[in-house]
Ligand binder design. Structure first.
Ligand SMILES: [Zn+2]
Length: 360
């Protein structure tokens, strides 16, 4: 992972660090913790009353308007913590959900995103990556696992927000397979967020109906959660290549009997099988369109087999969860595909055109 140059601090910033340092000393990262969680713990430990004061000290902005999943002012945070919690790049990759959104993009996009965030163009980067809470709807609510919460309190003396729980498409805890519950307090209040740690009393009721409905689609949800977490944690190692991705899908589909002798996918059977698998997830609100409309499911499969410069992470991870057992199994299949997969891509592109002509 590339390392940014060491941050330099002005005298006033250095003075701020000195004021800040006694409270900061000894507060390292907890396993898989988000930046927002670390800052919330600091706010609580430092005894500061005003949320804005903590935001200004840590992120250089009094108004804590930033999102809980990807904060602005990351370079200021590195300076304020004297670089002891890592570089801006390592913090963005290990303690935010940014790598999830970079999975199916060329590496140059990761560099552009990091530069954009460090230069204060977070809003543009969020819009460009398709992250929620910008022009694309409300921000995501914080999620927590009740079992993790209890274990964290026992093992670390406090509960905290896990990066893995905040990833899109992760609706169950990848460790305990329990449904994640939203924090009722994580919605913005008057355009601001407050510093917040998970509290069992602040979590939305888990809902008995959801528990019972979940049984039918639990295996897909667990596979999706594990794949999303594993892929995000190893995002920097994954070299996205659009042709290879489509060729990997096509090869796996062939092994499942969804490819004709001519090399063209059997779109009708494929769409029907994907829809049937997704219909078990119709209790998840975010999955409603694809799990209740077979045409939407079929269109999504067709779209996934199209070679694109970059693609959205969620539909690809969902398809991978359906086609492969794990991220490792997918990676083995992906790595087996010859880098020069243009022949397979040409076949797929040709079959897609024919499929479009048939369905238009
Ligand atoms: Zn858990």
């Amino acid at each position: 992972m590339p390392q940014p140059p060491s941050p330099t601090a002005s005298n006033s910033q250095r003075a701020e660090q000195l004021d800040f340092f006694p409270s900061f000393r000894g507060q390292g990262w907890l396993p898989g913790e988000t930046v927002f969680s670390w800052a919330s713990r600091y706010h609580r430990l430092s005894g500061k009353v005003k949320a804005g004061k903590t935001a200004e000290q840590l992120f250089g902005r009094e108004r804590s308007w930033f999102h809980t999943d990807l904060p602005a002012g990351i370079d200021h945070f590195v300076q304020a913590t004297d670089g002891q919690l890592g570089s801006s790049t390592s913090i963005l990759f290990d303690h935010t959900i940014l790598p999830y959104y970079l999975l199916f993009r060329p590496k140059s996009h990761a560099h552009d995103a990091i530069q954009g965030i460090r230069c204060g163009r977070l809003s543009d980067v969020r819009g460009w990556l398709g992250m929620p809470g910008n022009r694309l709807g409300p921000p995501s609510k914080l999620k927590a696992c009740r079992i993790c919460l209890e274990l964290d309190q026992r093992n670390h003396g406090c509960s905290y927000w896990h990066v893995s729980h905040q990833l899109p498409g992760v609706w169950v805890c990848p460790l305990h397979h329990m449904p994640l519950t939203h924090s009722r307090c994580s919605a913005p209040r008057d355009g601001r967020y407050r510093w917040l740690l998970p509290d069992i009393n602040d979590l939305e009721p888990s809902g008995g109906e959801l528990f019972s409905a979940m049984e039918s689609g639990k295996s897909v949800l667990v596979a999706l959660a594990r794949i999303a977490v594993h892929a995000t944690e190893t995002a920097w190692e994954f070299e996205f290549d659009a042709c290879r991705l489509v060729a990997t899908y096509l090869t796996a589909l062939g092994e499942h009997g969804f490819v004709e002798a001519t090399g063209q996918p059997c779109f009708e059977e494929l769409g029907a099988a994907f829809f049937e698998a997704m219909s078990s997830l119709n209790f998840v609100p975010e999955m409603l369109s694809i799990s209740s409309d077979r045409h939407v499911a079929a269109r999504q499969v067709s779209h996934l087999l199209k070679v694109q410069i970059h693609c959205a992470s969620f539909p690809n991870l969902l398809f991978i969860a359906w086609l492969f057992e794990s991220w490792d199994v997918f990676r083995e299949a992906y790595d087996r595909i010859d880098r020069n997969a243009s022949d397979i891509c040409r076949k797929v592109s040709g079959s897609l055109e024919k499929n479009r002509e048939r369905t238009s």
